[in-house]
Design a protein around this ligand. Sequence first.
Ligand code: G3P
Ligand code: CA
Length: 336
Amino acid sequence: MLVQTAVMAQPVVIAHRGASGYLPEHTLAAKAMAHAMGADYLEQDLVLTRDGELVVLHDLYLDRVSDVASKFPGRARADGRHYVIDFTLDELRQLNIAERRKTDNPQDPTLAFPGRFGLNQSRFGVHTFKEELELIRELNRTTGRAVGIYPEIKSPSFHHQNGQDIALAALKVLKDYGYTINDGSVYLQSFDPHELKRLKTELKPKLQVNLPLVQLIARTDWQITEEQLSTGQWVNYDYDWMLAPGAMETIAQYADGVGPHIGMLLDNQNGKLEPNDLVRQAQAQGLVVHPYTVRADALPEGVGSIDELHDLLFKQAGVNGVFTDFPDLTVRYLGR
Ligand code: G3P
Ligand code: CA
């Protein structure tokens, strides 16, 4: 199995939603392709169905990657979206999954990333977390490789508000599939610091597992996480402290790594992007740093090529790995 700590030099390649630059995100085909491309880890975004099954999908709702609106008319919520948590696994299996579209409008064929896999070409479906773990286990066995997993529990606050405990559900499946120790085969990630603390102090001891936790860092105005006040009210979580001095020391008390957005690591100095101090501060606290997301077709402003971005992240900033939509290009850059 892979073993990595913050002080080890070998950076890791995390296939973001699989080889999502080449195939529709989070399909089993995209995961198999990323495995074959030499990724060290395959990412799973996890959401719960109405009947409590973990499925591998990025959004809480289905509208941008499926034909849910035509298959299940009348099942949208008031905001017009069709939420995974309102559908059973059997219902989700009736959907066709396709390349991500830019909007929720089913009539709008604009892709989120123009030039990627064609809309509604071939046939893909929804699969469970367990099915993906089985795919990876069997691919590891048949290829003799030891590719790890990097699951993210999506919006625990939303799941709690809908009567589901996604952190507990994910941990149970991980334990059932043999992911129980910190041996480099798994990282468990979340944007929700309250849930990460709960995992560390309550759920991991309860299930007797010891998996490394990664705090994903968002901008507050993305409105990605809600927290519950003592009054019971749910409010937008304020991430600003995570980018302030001293934050890494606090995060290191409950997590083993951080996943910042790439833009949080790079400052614009007179028109030139230069790394700031965040990576060094995190690593000084023993945290690994795995920023998201390297995309050859959506480079940060001022960056001319994917390898220029690789240089900035690996050589200048000194990250311990990256989430990448193009695992082959990151593997090649690292000379593997
Ligand atoms: O989990 C790392 C990265 O994937 C976070 O962003 O929105 O793609 O899940 P997102
Ligand atoms: Ca993710």
